[in-house]
Design a protein. Structure first.
Length: 143
């Protein structure tokens, strides 16, 4: 089971970063709508979405939040860490067919409380589409 564990608190340093990229498909949007129950027509109905300020369908904002979660839970800090808080600011829409890259960077480490604050960001090409912050509880070897 030790092979499944991510970083320990003692292994982390401010500035460490990791990422995950995914090209969003039609199936991703439909499945996300089904899983979450968010069937807002801006995401699933092209005729409706064409009449909005976006002039077409956009991907659920929380889809990008899920990609951030993928980085936090599988890469940095990785398996064994626990989500405490997340804030997101949606800066631009994501469209089906675009590749979203979620990036997390260690900003602050509180060893006493076993908390790590990470800057979070999603980009499409070089454009920031989501930015925010996450706080994670991370295991310590000395616990």
């Amino acid at each position: 089971m030790k092979d499944l564990h991510g970083y320990y608190l003692e292994d982390l340093q401010v500035g460490m970063s990791d990422s995950f990229a995914k090209t969003v498909t039609e199936a991703d949007v439909v499945l996300f709508a089904g899983i979450t129950g968010d069937s807002n027509p801006i995401h699933i109905n092209e005729e409706f979405a064409a009449q909005t300020m976006f002039k077409g369908r956009i991907v659920h904002g929380e889809f990008s939040g899920g990609l951030i979660s993928a980085v936090l839970g599988t890469r940095l800090p990785g398996p064994g860490s626990i989500f405490i808080t997340q804030s997101l600011r949606f800066k631009a829409p994501v469209r089906i067919g675009e590749t979203v890259t979620a990036i997390v960077t260690v900003k602050e480490i509180n060893t006493e409380r076993r908390r790590v604050i990470l800057a979070t960001q999603c980009t499409v090409k070089d454009k920031v589409v989501v930015e925010g912050e996450a706080t994670m509880m991370v295991d310590s070897r000395s616990r």
